[in-house]
Structure formats: structure tokens, C-alpha cells
Design a protein around this ligand. Structure first.
Ligand SMILES: [Zn+2]
Length: 146
């Protein structure tokens, strides 16, 4: 999926989460930041992605939807964050990372997990993805208002 669709999905789920659980505002911003970064992080292996444009060296070394879209990377980077900050930081990052993997798994391009290719019906950048993106935006706005 496109970065903006990953971002819209992360914001939508964050809005839902914060409508149920809410911490102090600094913690909310920190958790939202980690969740959004987690949801964008796997595409750091693409030179055209939001994060990949900032750290181009990674896309020269790793192929897109390879290591950075693996369970090993999910566990590794989530553990590092959990150890560097607090366990909740790793858990929130892992949740965003998992959201990214699930969303990529419903695309025609799919992902490879533990030797299995998982793919779905949505073509990246297609009208279906654009509609999905708009639905996520509208749903986020509705949940922010109510
Ligand atoms: Zn991806």
C-alpha cells in the first residue's frame, strides 16, 4: 500500500484507541508517534517511501518487502525500542508494524512470511486503494467528532 494509506489506517486505529483509552496528552502524542512510525517503518526499504526517502542507503542494501517486512525485523526493532524506552513503546511500535504487514498482505503484490506468500485483491495505487484511503480518512474524522 501507499504510505499515505498506511498513515491513514494508523491514524484511524489511533483515533479508535484513544476514544477508549486515554493517557495524559504527552503520552498520547508519544504513543501516536510510535504507532505511526511503526506503521510506516517497514517501507524504509523502498527509496520512494516516506521514510525511505530520508534514509536511502537502506533501499540500496535491502530489497523491498524483504527483511524489513519480516517477523524477525518486527521482533528485533520492537524489542530494541522496548529496551531503549519502556516495554509499552515496543508494543505500540510492534502494533503499527503489524498493521503495515497486514495491509501489505491484502495487496496483489503481497508479502512473504515464514516462506509463504500472502497476497490479496488490492493493487497498490489502484482506485480501490484510493477509495480505501478516503474511507479511512472519513471514518477518522467521524470518530474524532463523535
Ligand atoms: Zn510495505
Amino acid at each position: 500500500m501507499l504510505g499515505r494509506t498506511h498513515l491513514a489506517a494508523a491514524v484511524f486505529l489511533a483515533v479508535l484507541f484513544f476514544s477508549i483509552y486515554s493517557y495524559d496528552s504527552i503520552t498520547n502524542v508519544f504513543l501516536l508517534f510510535l504507532f505511526v512510525i511503526g506503521s510506516l517503518f517497514p517501507d524504509v526499504d523502498s527509496a520512494r517511501s516516506i521514510l525511505g526517502r530520508k534514509i536511502k542507503i537502506i533501499s540500496f542494501i535491502f530489497k523491498h518487502r524483504g527483511f524489513f517486512h519480516s517477523i524477525f525485523a518486527l521482533v528485533l526493532f520492537s524489542l530494541l525500542l522496548g529496551l531503549l524506552f519502556k516495554p509499552i513503546a515496543g508494543i505500540v511500535f510492534a502494533s503499527g508494524f503489524t498493521l503495515h504487514i497486514v495491509m501489505d498482505a491484502i495487496t496483489k503484490e503481497g508479502i512473504h512470511i515464514l516462506g509463504f506468500k500472502i497476497q490479496g485483491p488490492i493493487k497498490v495505487g489502484s482506485i480501490t486503494e484510493h477509495v480505501f484511503y478516503l474511507v479511512l480518512l472519513v471514518a477518522s474524522l467521524i470518530f474524532m467528532i463523535i
